[in-house]
Design a protein around this ligand. Structure first.
Ligand SMILES: [Zn+2]
Length: 209
């Protein structure tokens, strides 16, 4: 089963992670994981610019190293880079020491492009992080999970299905996960512009976490 909206129980069990933001204003928090990737990330940037939307990019450090110019464009256009480990590690399958070092390695890539300004943002790949790992990083990072998972990476889902689901489930304060990855691109190309158009029409804006 695909769970588009994070269940309240999970948010209740893990209050130390950020799942959504206050829902008092018509703001949606868009996040893009796993980039930067040529063509895909550039497509995302163009779409965001069309709607004056700002977004947070949870980057894999390795990809920043490969495509620093694209990471630079992300920052220049008013978006922010955030940490998604250097090699997209699975927290539950990785010793804590290695995991923390890998996060640090990603942060070094980020800091070459984006000046540090206080609290850094981290999203664990697959949403999986051990308590021990969390305790090690919590003084330096806010751990950002999500409220809405788009499943844009799922090649068995039609983009129309994805769009229908997420238009229904997204609310004020939602943290929405997309992927600027090659795998997600076919779905993303259909879903993202329509999502932005729909919520802009309803008076929503898109801001940085
Ligand atoms: Zn990821």
């Amino acid at each position: 089963m695909r769970i588009f909206k994070t269940p309240a129980l999970l948010r209740f069990l893990y209050p130390e992670y950020v799942w959504q933001q206050p829902n008092t204003k018509k703001i949606i928090y868009l996040t893009f994981d796993d980039g930067p990737i040529p063509v895909v990330t550039e497509f995302v940037l163009n779409q965001l610019a069309n709607f004056q939307a700002k977004a947070t990019f949870f980057c894999v450090g390795e990809n920043i190293g490969r495509y620093p110019d694209i990471a630079r464009q992300v920052v220049q256009q008013g978006h922010q880079l955030a940490n998604h480990t250097h090699n997209h590690l699975r927290g539950w399958a990785t010793p804590t020491e290695d995991y923390v070092q890998n996060i640090q390695k990603c942060q070094e890539q980020i800091s070459q492009i984006q000046p540090e300004n206080g609290v850094k943002l981290f999203r664990p790949p697959y949403g999986r992080i051990k308590k021990k790992q969390f305790l090690k990083i919590k003084s330096s990072y806010r751990v950002i999970m999500w409220d809405i998972l788009t499943y844009d990476f799922d090649v068995n889902l039609a983009p129309e299905q994805i769009l229908q689901k997420i238009l229904k489930k997204t609310t004020a304060g939602s943290v929405v996960v997309f992927h600027d990855s090659v795998k997600a691109f076919p779905n993303l190309q259909y879903v993202l512009p329509r999502f932005l158009h729909y919520f802009t029409g309803l008076g929503y804006s898109f801001k940085l976490l």
